[in-house]
Design a protein around this ligand. Sequence first.
Ligand SMILES: *[C@@H]1O[C@H](CO)[C@@H](O)[C@H](O)[C@H]1NC(C)=O
Ligand SMILES: *[C@@H]1O[C@H](CO)[C@@H](O)[C@H](O)[C@H]1NC(C)=O
Ligand SMILES: *[C@@H]1O[C@H](CO)[C@@H](O)[C@H](O)[C@H]1NC(C)=O
Ligand SMILES: *[C@@H]1O[C@H](CO)[C@@H](O)[C@H](O)[C@H]1NC(C)=O
Ligand SMILES: *[C@@H]1O[C@H](CO)[C@@H](O)[C@H](O)[C@H]1NC(C)=O
Ligand SMILES: *[C@@H]1O[C@H](CO)[C@@H](O)[C@H](O)[C@H]1NC(C)=O
Ligand SMILES: *[C@@H]1O[C@H](CO)[C@@H](O)[C@H](O)[C@H]1NC(C)=O
Length: 561
Amino acid sequence: MNLGVFTWLFLLLLCLLTPATSRREKRNVLFIIADDLRASLGCYDDALAKSPNIDQLASRSQVFLNAYAQQAVCAPSRTSMLTSRRPDTTRLYDFNSYWRVHSGNYTTLPQHFKSKGYYTMSVGKVFHPGIASNHTDDYPYSWSIPAYHPSSFRFEKQKMCKGDDGQLHANLLCAVNVTEQPGGTLPDLESTDEAVRLLKSRVGDGAFFLAVGFHKPHIPFRIPQEYLSLYPLDKMTLAPDPDVPELLPPVAYNPWTDVRQREDVQKLNVSFPYGPIPKDFQLRIRQHYYAAVSYMDAQVGRLLSTLDALGLTDSTMVVFTSDHGWSLGEHGEWAKYSNFDVATRVPLIMFVPGVTAAYSRAGGPTFPFIDVFSQPEHSFTNAKVIRNTVELVDVFPTVSYMAGLPAPEHCPDVSLQVELCTEGRNLVHTFQHKERGKNAELMAFSQYPRPADTPQNNSDLPDLQDIKVMGYSLRNWDYRYTLWLGFNPRSFQVNVSDVHGGELYMLADDPGQDKNIYSDLDHSIVMKKMDALPHNASVWTRMRLQLYYHTAGLKRNAGTA
Ligand SMILES: *[C@@H]1O[C@H](CO)[C@@H](O)[C@H](O)[C@H]1NC(C)=O
Ligand SMILES: *[C@@H]1O[C@H](CO)[C@@H](O)[C@H](O)[C@H]1NC(C)=O
Ligand SMILES: *[C@@H]1O[C@H](CO)[C@@H](O)[C@H](O)[C@H]1NC(C)=O
Ligand SMILES: *[C@@H]1O[C@H](CO)[C@@H](O)[C@H](O)[C@H]1NC(C)=O
Ligand SMILES: *[C@@H]1O[C@H](CO)[C@@H](O)[C@H](O)[C@H]1NC(C)=O
Ligand SMILES: *[C@@H]1O[C@H](CO)[C@@H](O)[C@H](O)[C@H]1NC(C)=O
Ligand SMILES: *[C@@H]1O[C@H](CO)[C@@H](O)[C@H](O)[C@H]1NC(C)=O
């Protein structure tokens, strides 16, 4: 027996089996972003959610179970993700400025691909439309052709929903008969049609980056009515923690004004700011949210089965994510606009052909369309999960690298003048290695602005000039730690001595973040240690250290108790 031959054969086999992360072939990118989608998906262990097409994608993908947005509202989160800069660097906390003239001329993710010869296309809501992307979705910088928007979106906020009185209203709950809608369609149906058309047009025509932004499950829940039947009301439950927690600092609470403004909610005379919404209506909101998720899932299925049909699956990386989450009654809150996990945590799924899944054999389908009505039961297992904390600012470097482009360098401390850099991490190592267990050093940073210490009618989304307090929030495996600090919207300075509220949740005992133990902490010792820091240390550096000292104290006390 010649051992050498075996060794050689073994090495050859290893080469063939080794994930192709180092081979760096150039891949197309299909980048799918949902609007206001929390991790209410089958592949995130939500037993209620019916999301077979996204679950099937996850069964061939790497699934990041703890991914967080940098600010839980659309424009700031999208601008942050697509530039890979945190809100304190884009200086966009509302909807009212365009980063290229307001903060810095930052290169975006699609712009990076465009500069490397990709044909880049935007369908639906990718950048936040309007001022935040200069009324052009950042065309021509980011896109090779002008962005597409579904024409039926102009009806979205109008009186389109048949109420109990048989009249049309601008309701929150808006399940419709699609044939009776203007043009017989809805925005996400139109966007999917256009994305399918664009995919067909790109076959054999060079590398592409196609971003598709779905409008659902964003409110109003204007969705095809048949999806409600997937979620019978008698199967729906309230949030496990539907009351406003006693120890929640008022500055942390978001009064969900956008939900209140819909006609059907106005009729309920819900008291401001804390409500509550009547329980039967809470159940219906939850039902409609889940139905909107299943409707959006079907559009994802149409896109992915098109990739298969066109023979593009083996050359296209697929990313699926959302801009932030949505409270469904947890802590007595609805909508986004907060620092809690329900508002900041997002799905993040990456399919990389040849890396997260084998190449398809003999052209067999990888993503056959799954009709949730004819196949209500399905079972998939995620190909690989990552439990450690990641952030949406990581998406830009990671997608660039995994698609075969250079990832941007990490930004210097002050990066207003630097066009291309990242404040996130390139997560390539998570594709190459098995996760070794928890790393409490890894943290997600989110923030949220407020106009006052108590809930006001503009607390959900204050304009920049009205911001008085900024809630900085750290999330690692074990804790969520939030400080609400004085903030000057003209100088963008944070006053770390001006604490308007604090929150600390120990997630092992309190995953829903209802038991705030901040007031139990010994602040005097920690503050003394903070005095030793250089005066210009960033707010995140300070908070990391505070979290470290506070929780070391907690562990010591637990040990001696
Ligand atoms: C911003 O960057 C783009 C792309 O690099 C460039 O074309 C444009 O001139 C820059 N604008 C400013 C104001 O520097
Ligand atoms: C924003 O749009 C306006 C109007 O179309 C245009 O004049 C301006 O140059 C754009 N800003 C940038 C930075 O391209
Ligand atoms: C939807 O509307 C069309 C046109 O009015 C009607 O023919 C159809 O029966 C309706 N479908 C349902 C399920 O109500
Ligand atoms: C809400 O308030 C209006 C005006 O005060 C009243 O007419 C209506 O009956 C109230 N509705 C409910 C559901 O309490
Ligand atoms: C918000 O409240 C202020 C004062 O409390 C009031 O002047 C303003 O009209 C309110 N705005 C809305 C949109 O309700
Ligand atoms: C920061 O806040 C502290 C406490 O409220 C206050 O004494 C101090 O003047 C503030 N500093 C600045 C620069 O505003
Ligand atoms: C903080 O100050 C030190 C020395 O004073 C300086 O070297 C460093 O660049 C400063 N850092 C920031 C973020 O301004």
